[in-house]
Design a protein around this ligand. Structure first.
Ligand SMILES: Nc1ncnc2c1ncn2[C@@H]1O[C@H](COP(=O)(O)OP(=O)(O)O)[C@@H](O)[C@H]1O
Ligand SMILES: [Mg+2]
Length: 238
């Protein structure tokens, strides 16, 4: 199976990268690093020569550029040469795209052409950051239908997707999305009982067709973005 590097060195060593053409879910509370992960993935995809679209519902493209720059990622260059496209739903023009997204996620009758129309030609990677704000008025049943449809349509067009879901979204929605996605990674902060310090950890909840560690992976947000610190050795460091 073809894999796409996530941009997190150790994670790529462990997983080989994300399965190409599949939808991977990234969940976590606010501030756990989901957007940074999304940007790091976008940067890595561009560096691998893949056309990448980053659909942001909360932050402006300007803010995302700044965040990327703080880690030394030259997202401007990728955007200038057409490899990267920020689609900023927080901005003005975005209303139509927002409509397009909700249409594409509309149950049975929906088809993917609406969202696809807004993606640059040849888009191979799509990052949606985040889905939460589009789910507010849905029943769990509707959410499941729409999420399934989104995953299905993305798979049909061969797009590799990272879908970020905020934990603010109900637990029920989270569980539904978890079930449908090909892979899922949860980001968390937790107390380390040995050091009494808080640390960032990620849980590879699932990754089909991939050998995954059962342990939580500790990570830091360092100078170059997310770096795993003690993969697989979380609970026995002391
Ligand atoms: N340049 C940086 N260096 C280190 N940590 C950072 C940097 N920028 C942001 N952070 C940390 O990352 C957190 C935000 O991560 P973010 O990906 O935006 O979270 P989420 O999208 O899950 O809400 C901030 O609250 C801060 O703690
Ligand atoms: Mg975010």
């Amino acid at each position: 199976m073809e894999r796409i590097k996530t941009g997190i060195l150790e994670l790529d060593r462990i997983l080989g990268g994300f399965p190409a053409g599949k939808t991977i879910l990234v969940t976590g509370d606010p501030g756990t690093g989901k957007t940074i992960f999304g940007l790091q993935f976008a940067n890595a995809c561009c560096a691998q020569g893949m056309r990448t679209a980053y659909l942001s519902t909360e932050e402006t493209a300007g803010d995302l550029h700044l965040q990327g720059k703080s880690f030394g990622w030259n997202l401007d260059a990728f955007e200038k040469n057409g490899t990267l496209k920020f689609m900023d739903l927080a901005g003005n023009r975005a209303v139509e795209i927002k409509t397009a997204l909700s249409i594409s996620m509309e149950a049975v009758k929906g088809n993917f052409t609406e969202l696809a129309d807004y993606l640059p030609e040849g888009t191979g990677v799509l990052i949606i950051d985040s889905l939460g704000s589009h789910t507010a008025n849905l029943s769990p049943y509707e959410f499941r239908d729409r999420f399934d449809l989104l995953v299905h349509n993305l798979a049909r067009t061969g797009i590799t997707a990272m879908v970020i879901l905020d934990s603010i979204t109900s637990k029920e929605f989270n569980d539904i999305a978890l079930f449908s996605a090909y892979g899922a990674i949860q980001l968390m902060k937790r107390e380390n009982p040995y050091t009494d310090r808080r640390e960032r950890v990620m849980d590879i909840v699932k990754m089909r067709n991939t050998k995954t560690p059962i342990q939580l992976l500790t990570f830091e947000i360092g100078l170059q973005g997310i770096e795993l610190t003690s993969p697989g050795e979380v609970s026995d460091t002391q």
